[in-house]
Design a protein. Sequence first.
Length: 211
Amino acid sequence: MAKNDTALTSAKGLSITLTIDPDRADILRRAFSDQKDPDVAAKIAQLATNEFIDLIGGRKRYISLSHQYIEWLQELYATVMPGEEYTYRRLLDKFNFPPGTASYVSRVLRQRQNTTLHQRAKEGLTTKLRKEISDYEALPKNDPSRISKKQASIKLTVREHDLLQSAIDQLLTGGDVDIAYPQVTFRGREFVIANYNVDYMNIVLPEIASL
């Protein structure tokens, strides 16, 4: 129930106090149990209020239900979870989206490049490749495991894997470069495991920095 501190007839903004029923309060607690921001509920209430007012005011119209979900979630992440990756698992487990919808919406949201997350993925991918290179180069020259270690298994987030693919694409388009794509051994909704040659890692590292 809302208590209006300022009459609707006023030309000024409205200040309202919301009381959310226990069932809906529990939904919020479960959905955002991992968030430390004490103002999460207030931010969500502000978003919901703005969206409804924009709807009845004709300021926003969505071309489909999927479009509406995507726009709402993008706004929610930007306001409440600005540094967090868009994941299928959160949409499914925390926000109760059906599996197919969660998969589609999380994929679309990841494709809408967020500068902070993009930079984080570059740094994460670079760190992982450098570690594999360093571990390999630290092996003694006569170590029989060098041959098998040269084809390293790396676990990447979906965004990191996409960046690696993009870097290889650019190298192959740019000229005569002896490089191949990683061999994916597992592909999940949130991460990928792939085998990749250490020599190729050395070639692709400078290209990642330019993405």
